[in-house]
Design a protein around this ligand. Structure first.
Ligand code: FMN
Length: 228
């Protein structure tokens, strides 16, 4: 299954086989991470650790993401690790973004983690199985890119984004509401990076290549994907 196809069936897995993955699976994950695309000017660091190095994580492994401060750094983590979430699930593993779990060892530059391992949680049957906002709530157009973006995972399923299509360009803006609005920062910017990965994959699926630029900060943060 391709990353794009996985968008329509993936889910967060919360039940795991505690046993460590075999070396081959781990090597594949490591290799994917080593070549994971990051946004221009960003250089997050990723480390795979086992459950004994984590608090509050049911999976046998996790990728810890480390980066500097700021919205663009958080955006980049969401963008890069959502690629891994889709990759892990496309090869039959379970994965889960975790804002609540933490590494045992405290580090200033720690930002978030993505847990992974073997699971018996099945794929979703299709779009109808996702609990999400409608396309029109998250986009000014109903098209294939917006329909894929709509399915992106987000912290507490807040889906704090709005897509604005104009000729040759889609702008992704922060659009948190209610409690999510109070939380703008860390996880919400990771959420924007996650939906940006979906936008890029959906554009690629249509044969379009996106050039991504980010601007602003906090509630006025926006990312543009200009495509040809
Ligand atoms: C940045 C981020 C942090 C998250 N943190 C947690 C968490 O700490 N615990 C948890 O059970 N789920 C967590 N989730 C998973 C979301 O709750 C989940 O993605 C959302 O409810 C949508 O469900 P789905 O991924 O199955 O489509 C997190 C998701 C994201 C994107």
């Amino acid at each position: 299954m391709t990353a794009y196809e996985t968008i329509f069936v993936r889910r967060s897995a919360r039940r795991y086989d505690k046993k460590a993955l075999n070396e081959r699976d781990l090597a594949d994950i490591r290799q994917f991470l080593d070549s994971a695309k990051q946004l221009t000017g960003q250089s997050a660091r990723f480390e795979i650790v086992n459950a004994d190095k984590l608090r509050g994580c049911a999976a046998p492994h996790a990728v810890l993401a480390f980066a500097g401060d700021g919205d663009a750094a958080a955006l980049n983590i969401g963008y890069a690790l959502q690629g891994l979430d889709l990759y892990a699930q496309s090869r039959g593993l379970g994965s889960l973004w975790m804002g609540m779990a933490k590494p045992v060892e405290k580090r200033e530059d720690y930002r978030c983690l993505l847990a992974f391992g073997k699971t018996d949680a099945p794929f979703r049957a299709g779009e109808q199985d996702f609990k999400r906002k409608s396309v029109w709530e998250i986009s000014n157009e109903d098209n294939a890119v917006a329909r894929a973006a709509r399915l992106a995972p987000s912290a507490a399923n807040f889906q704090p984004w709005k897509l604005d299509f104009s000729p040759g360009k889609v702008t992704v803006r922060y659009n948190g509401q209610g409690i999510g609005k109070l939380l703008v920062g860390g996880l919400q910017m990771i959420d924007l990076g996650i939906v940006l990965k979906y936008v890029e994959l959906a554009l690629e699926h249509e044969g379009k290549k996106a050039a991504i630029t980010a601007r602003g900060s906090g509630k006025s943060f926006a990312v543009e994907a200009a495509y040809t």
